[in-house]
Design a protein around this ligand. Sequence first.
Ligand code: ZN
Length: 182
Amino acid sequence: MILPVYTYNHPVLKQRTAQIDDMSDELRDLIRDMFETMYKANGIGLAANQVGKGLSLTVIDISDRDEGEDPGQIVLINPVIEAFSDDEEEFEEGCLSLPDYRDTVIRPSAIQVRYLDASMTERVMEADGLVARVMQHEIDHLNGIYFFERLSPIRRTLGSGKLKKIARGQFEADYPTFPQSE
Ligand code: ZN
């Protein structure tokens, strides 16, 4: 089932999400629906609070981006970034909760993340490149942080008009959103 993607400035996107203790049929359905929703929206990552669920869960799939690496479908439950590389990278990010808004974000180029996978097995992954980038963006969502909060004050100011438009529903999206665009 395709779920509506919650857009700026819904409060669920500013909340720190809750830890997940057990897998359940309901959670398995949510994970499946999140992948379906993400593919429909041509996204490569989606956090549970972006579909209105305040849970520490994100799904990622960068398979259709030509990067020469294909980790397949990634499910991160209760993820925590334990280490960041010193070297940083610039990359232009977008966000399904911020339609029409893109900007270049500087982030550490590699991370180590501890998480539970879809079978609730604890794992530690070292990631770099696009996967590390998407993981940082999505884990920020789970902590109530948008990518634009990582921008310099001047870049944030330049983007503030776009944010106002999104909050008013003045955007184009070819996937369902909540609230709907005008
Ligand atoms: Zn996002």
